[in-house]
Design a protein around this ligand. Structure first.
Ligand code: FEO
Length: 398
């Protein structure tokens, strides 16, 4: 029944869209859904690259059978074991009991751990090749992008890279699969949000993987999420390269604040005004209790300036700000121009905690630190404006 889209000669899309889950990993909202991409290489031997989330196993099997009718699948290539991709392996084995599962040593250990399978597996090492007839597959181990077993499979015949999660993004595929056949505008920010939240901690392994792939001619990138990249490969690789170096993609300042009763919020407003007066155009203001953390992190990866404000809460930071700082620390985000401010009612703790955070991150930090006791008064208000102006001047010099 299904007419699967052709990606390259004898390579077909067999993935599915998930428009049902509200949150990826039960954490990150999916306003545009997400796709779980899988690919069939139909040659003398048939290889399937990845499966899909277990919830979509039936649709997935139907798509495969629509393409290859009664032919068997010879190989299942597993580049990444996270269950959004490996979740239908058991179902695939029920329909194709003789399929050989291809992965590296870490993959095969996870196949046993997750699914109890040890038979009919083929372990590959870095650089190994596998011939399907006309197509030859070469395996490149790229560990910790973003799990230990992650690898990429390169079709040397058609110059297609099956990259696992790398170069992926949130957003279901709305009819078309190839980047040249769709409006890409919703995907770019979703790529940054995906990277910041899923891969963001692993900048160094991503850099190693990019270096490893740099000598290979790649005409098509088949990621496990989002569009198949052809014409836009340079932009996509550049985005992943910059993000994994913790380089900003755009000039601008993100202000994130927590506020219970609006007093710290007024400090954020004044700081934003200071930035605007000093000529900053991209000013993104997030109320940490309202904006989703995945979106806040996306913007922190995207822009070069960051200002954080927090009231003191139970002699600590405001909980949503505390949680955000942890996320930033875990990802080891580098090279941001930073400012902060805080408030308290009877004993100040927020500014002290933010000072310690700034020292730990080793970011260039503004020397102006507005702090207010109780309601916002002119002195602290003016200092917030000065903080915005100072950050703007620091960014101009950077
Ligand atoms: Fe899309 Fe790391 O799984």
């Amino acid at each position: 029944m299904y007419k699967n889209q052709q990606i390259a000669k004898n390579i077909y899309y067999a993935g599915v869209n998930d428009r049902q889950k509200t949150k990826f990993e039960n954490l990150h909202p999916l306003p545009y859904g997400v796709s779980y991409n899988s690919y069939l290489i139909v040659d003398e031997k048939i290889a399937l690259v990845e499966t899909v989330d277990a919830c979509f196993g039936d649709e997935f099997i139907d798509k495969i059978q629509s393409q290859i009718a009664n032919r068997p699948i010879d190989y299942l290539i597993v580049n990444h074991m996270e269950p959004d991709h490996s979740g239908s392996i058991r179902q695939l084995r029920l329909h194709y009991p003789d399929v050989t599962i291809v992965g590296n040593a870490k993959t095969l250990s996870m196949i046993e751990g997750y699914y109890g399978m040890t038979n009919n597996v083929l372990e590959v090492k870095d650089g190994d090749t596998l011939s399907l007839g006309t197509h030859e597959l070469q395996f490149h181990l790229t560990p910790m992008v973003h799990w230990p077993e992650t690898m990429m499979t390169y079709d040397t015949t058609e110059k297609v890279l099956f990259s696992g999660d790398a170069f992926g993004c949130f957003g279901a595929l709305n009819g078309a699969v190839l980047d040249t056949e769709m409006n890409l505008s919703p995907y770019w920010d979703e790529m940054i949000r995906y990277y910041a939240n899923i891969v963001g901690k692993y900048g160094s392994p991503v850099q190693k993987a990019l270096e490893k792939l740099s000598g290979i001619r790649i005409d098509t990138i088949c990621s496990t999420h989002g569009p198949v990249w052809t014409k836009h490969i340079p932009e996509v690789v550049s985005i992943y390269d910059k993000l994994s170096r913790y380089e900003h993609l755009d000039e601008g300042v993100v202000i994130v604040y927590g506020s219970m009763y609006g007093n710290t919020e007024r400090m954020a407003e004044a700081t934003a005004q200071g930035l605007a007066q000093a000529g900053v155009k991209n000013i993104i203001v997030h109320n940490a209790s309202k904006s989703d953390p995945s979106v806040i992190l996306r913007d922190i990866f995207k822009y070069n300036g960051l200002i954080i404000g927090s009231p003191t809460y139970s002699n600590e930071l405001y909980p949503e700000i505390d949680s955000l700082l942890k996320k930033i620390e875990i990802r080891g985000i580098k090279n941001r121009t930073f400012g902060y401010f805080g408030s308290f009612t009877w004993a100040g703790a927020a500014v002290k905690r933010l000072t310690a955070f700034a020292e730990q991150m080793k970011w260039e930090t503004a020397p102006i630190v507005p702090e207010e006791k109780q309601g916002l008064k002119p002195e602290a208000y003016n200092k917030c404006i000065e903080l915005g102006e100072k950050i703007a001047s620091m960014l101009k010099k950077a």
